[in-house]
Each structure stands twice: as structure tokens, then as C-alpha cells.
Write a protein of this length. Structure first.
Length: 330
């Protein structure tokens, strides 16, 4: 249930937000049951990274890829969501094997969990309803992009403004919560990438990649998928995508038709998204979950997370590779 809730929320909320909402609940329940929370937190993070791959806004790499490739919210739903659903179902079944030694049941502790009053956690039901209406409107506007032709970035900013109005939040308090250092980092990274593009380095790298792969576009898609899965697992997948997206754009420009070009973009997106499960530092949601676990006395070690993450990443990317072949090349 925790994995399903996480996977359903992740496509519409960013992965970090989803983990920040679900992880504290998980810790409370596990403490009441007297069981370690680590397996459940790890499973939730893995589910979040898988589920977030389904939409344009679910995973930060998708936003970068979508804006550069001109892909819409609906494009991601049509091309990414089907394989994400299949991978998630397999992952849920796999957790019964991965964490088989961690499932314990103590009947005397169940009463403590059942005594929890979940409604007490909602201190302002009216505010919750208003915020959910705004969120629903934002998601609907994302889906209606082909009709209204309003960019997702504008929709998100308008939604944030409306949310501030309906919640009557203090703007200064909200601004203090913004990760300014992260934004400055990406500004610098994009300037660096633009410099490489203007000096011809990106075009040279793209031409070299196409030449090295001998014009075999399925091989190119395979290299993007598995290469992103490996590299994105050891570097945070957001700066990895921001750095590589111009190279992929150059490769797509040399594709013989639009279908092949899209296959390259989707291979890149799937590899980058699923690579977020590779290690404890491969995605921001992983780092947040590890931090919450440490603060609540359920420390997750780097290798404890990674030994599960590597297996799930390898399985996910292999399934994605079969999907890309069947849908775009077979």
C-alpha cells in the first residue's frame, strides 16, 4: 500500500515532495509495529523514482528533456506511462523476494497502529480541499497543453501563485524555503553547457557518438538507455541530464525520421529516470529519504540502499530496452 500510494503520487508531485509526505508516516507506523523502517523507506524511494518517470513533472530530468525536445505532458503519458506501469508491477512482486527477511507480524502491536487517528493529522480540512482543487487544475492544464498552448512552466508558476492566495501563506516564509543554491548551480551548469554548444564541442561529441555507433539507431538507443542507467546512478541524474541533453539533441538531429528521433529521446529519458534508483546519491529523493531515516533512528547505509537499487535499476532498464525495441524498432 505504501509503495502504491507513493507511485501514484509521484507522477503529479515531484519525488522529493512525495517522499517528504510518505516517509514520516512510514516511520510512525513502523515504530508502532516495532519493526525496522529501512526496507519500507527504501521500497518507497524506488517506487517514487519509477512512478515519477511516467509524466513530464514527475521527475526533474523529464522537465529538462521535455523543454529541450518540445515534448508535452501528454507525450510523456503516452510514451512513458505504459512501461512505467509494467515495471512498477514487476517491482512490487519483486519486493516480496528482496525484503523477505524483513516482514514481521506481531498481533499485539497491531492494536497500536489501529488506534492511530489519521484525521488528526489534517489540521485544516478546508485548506486541504482548496489546495487539492488548485493541484487538480494545474494537472488538467498540463494535459490541455495541446489545446490551450500554454507552456507547462507558465502553468506551474500560475498554480504556485494561486496556491499562495488560497493558503494565505507568508511569501517571505515561502521564499526562505526555496533551494537558491541549487538554482544557482543549475544556472551555472546551463551557462557552461551553452558555452560548449556555441564553441562546437557539443556538435562534435554528437557527431562522434553517431559515427562510433555506425548509424545503427537501435544501437544508439541502447547506448543512451544503458549508458544513462550507469552514469546517472553514480552522478545525480539531474546534472547528468542537463549536461547530456544537447548531445542527445545533436544525435536526434541526425536521425532519419521523427519516429527514430523520438525513440532516442525516450531511451534517454527512461535510462536517466530509472538510474535514479541506482545508488543512494543518484536522485534527490534518495538523499532526502536517507536524511529522514537518520533523523528518526532508522539509519540507511549507502551500500544497504545500493544493493537493492542496483538490482531494481538493472531490471527496470532491461525491461525498458525491450519496450523501446518493440515499440519503435520491431
Amino acid at each position: 500500500m505504501l509503495m502504491i500510494i507513493t507511485a501514484i503520487a509521484s507522477p503529479f508531485l515531484d519525488n522529493v515532495t512525495t517522499i517528504m509526505l510518505v516517509a514520516p508516516v512510514t516511520v510512525v507506523v513502523c515504530n508502532r509495529l516495532g519493526i525496522p523502517a529501512q526496507p519500507y523507506l527504501i521500497a518507497e524511494v524506488l517506487a517514487s523514482n519509477i512512478g515519477g518517470a511516467a509524466t513530464l513533472i514527475g521527475d526533474p530530468p523529464n522537465i529538462i528533456i521535455g523543454s529541450r525536445a518540445g515534448l508535452t505532458f501528454n507525450d510523456f503519458l503516452v510514451h512513458m506511462a505504459p512501461i512505467v506501469v509494467v515495471v512498477f508491477v514487476v517491482f512490487v512482486l519483486l519486493t516480496r523476494v528482496l525484503f523477505r527477511t524483513s516482514f514481521h507480524y506481531a498481533p499485539e502491536r497491531v492494536a497500536a497502529v489501529m488506534a492511530l487517528q489519521e484525521r488528526r493529522a489534517i489540521t485544516d480540512p478546508r485548506l486541504l480541499v482548496r489546495c487539492m482543487i488548485v493541484l487538480g487544475g494545474v494537472v488538467a492544464a498540463f494535459c490541455l497543453h495541446p489545446v490551450v498552448h500554454v507552456e507547462p512552466s507558465i502553468v506551474a508558476l500560475v498554480g504556485a501563485g494561486v496556491m499562495l492566495l488560497v493558503s494565505r501563506a507568508d511569501v517571505s516564509d515561502v521564499l526562505r524555503e526555496v533551494e537558491w543554491s541549487t538554482l544557482v548551480f543549475f544556472m551555472g551548469l546551463f551557462v557552461l553547457v551553452a558555452g560548449l554548444a556555441n564553441t562546437g564541442v557539443i556538435a562534435t561529441m554528437g557527431g562522434w557518438a553517431v559515427g562510433a555507433l555506425g548509424g545503427d539507431h537501435f544501437l544508439s538507443a541502447t547506448a543512451l538507455l544503458f549508458g544513462s542507467g550507469v552514469l546517472g546512478a553514480f552522478f545525480d541524474n539531474i546534472p547528468y541530464v542537463a549536461t547530456m541533453v544537447p548531445v542527445v539533441e545533436e544525435m536526434v538531429a541526425q536521425a532519419p525520421d521523427a519516429r527514430t528521433g523520438q525513440a532516442l529521446w525516450w531511451s534517454f529519458a527512461l535510462g536517466a529516470d530509472f538510474s535514479g534508483n541506482g545508488t543512494a546519491v543518484a536522485a534527490s529523493a534518495n538523499v532526502v529519504a536517507v536524511g529522514i531515516a537518520a533523523r528518526t533512528g532508522h539509519r540507511i547505509g549507502f551500500w544497504q540502499f545500493t544493493r537493492y537499487g542496483v538490482l531494481v535499476t538493472a531490471l527496470s532498464i532491461t525491461m525498458a530496452w525491450v519496450y523501446v525495441w518493440l515499440r519503435y524498432f520491431a
